[in-house]
Design a binder for this molecule. Sequence first.
Ligand code: ARG
Length: 467
Amino acid sequence: MRSRRRARARAVKAWAGRFDARTAPLVEAFTRSVGVDRRLWPHDIAGSVAHVQALVRARLVTRREGARLTRGLAAVERELAAGRFRFLASDEDIHMAIERRLTELVGPVGGKLHTGRSRNDQVALDLRLWLRAECTALDAALGRFQRALGGVARRHRTTLVPGYTHLQRAQPILLAHHLLAYREMLARDRGRFRDCRARADELPLGAGALAGAGFALDRALVARRLGFARLAQNSVDAVADRDAGAEFLAAAAIAAVHLSRLAEEIVLWASEEFGFVELPDAFATGSSMMPQKKNPDVAELVRGKTGRVLGALVALLTILKGLPLAYNRDLQEDKPPLFDAADTLRECLDVLTAMVPALRFRTERMTAAADGLLLATDLADLLVERGVPFRRSHEIVGGLVRHCLATGTALRDLDAAVLRRHSPHLTPEIVRTLTPGRSVARRHVVGGTAPAEVRRQLARTAREDRR
Ligand code: ARG
């Protein structure tokens, strides 16, 4: 009896009524999620405040009780916001912790808060509120990085750089064009987070444990209070579904892959072999042993952290794939991957947004590398303009390239006899017109690398940035 009373003083579990014996401490620790889900507190409080309004409307609590609960929730919120909230070992998760503290503050009426509600629809609600906010925040962070890339691109609207396929020099392009490619990827990423937010914009509360609340709760009222566009239309689905999380992680994984590809290019371009960028000191690290080293650790970590984000997507889908309907405790494991992926992606975006504008592009090296055999396609195109079918002109220029490589001659320096041997259409005057500048200029299709077209794209992105 004494020990029983002591156990109660320690903390009564909300579900203790059905149990004779206490939970084993090992199990308590194993099932506890408050260390992870405590960050849901602002959403949990908001959800509870809206739920209290539905309880009042349904006359399940009086106006006076409702006001007391709302004031109590505000007090708990203040404690949490100020970091003054004291979590107990017996607080299983953030939902229980808040309700426990509320009841300490307002007395037995606190026990009415959970009327018509289950932690199953409560956690589904909290997660959707969190996802909505996180989608908006990541959309904004992606937008900031887009602006940073746009700024760098604007500074380099005439800088030439080799474009690569298979990591072999392919054709000259403008550095701005290369950088704007990433802006396009980020634009799609933003679209994915907006889509995710729009689909997640559905209120699960009212689903109860799984069958629907047993009281006439005005779900539309709750949805309005919390700014949800729609009500979940099936209570079983509402508590079992984590699609919004999976979509979020898919969007995060794709975005992280984009950042990782950029990071990889920074690593490559910062190497002595490429020598296209100089890392700002503030964003590089040295070696503890080799005094000459300046390492691109920031870019490498962005690339590496991407693995975590991809892992998060696989983790959540794997958690979901074998679950029977409706709620299962497995679902508690959705939060670590979601939170980690969101934090990681945000961190990567923030550091790249700061670093990329500080990169020094070694434009003289880029320009020098963007010349030479990269103009072979342009020579083939010149032959096409003289009526030679492209397949034939490709073959002719292929032969000239072979000659250049064997003799160490530049395309532009080929002499009349060699040219004549390969094609009656070719003269030294014609090959001398080949320059990287003319090469990019002739690519003025929509989306091409011609300076005029890239300027048009820069103007479009600048307009987007102002919106
Ligand atoms: N902490 C739990 C979670 O994150 C809350 C729901 C618990 N529900 C339950 N039936 N045990 O999923």
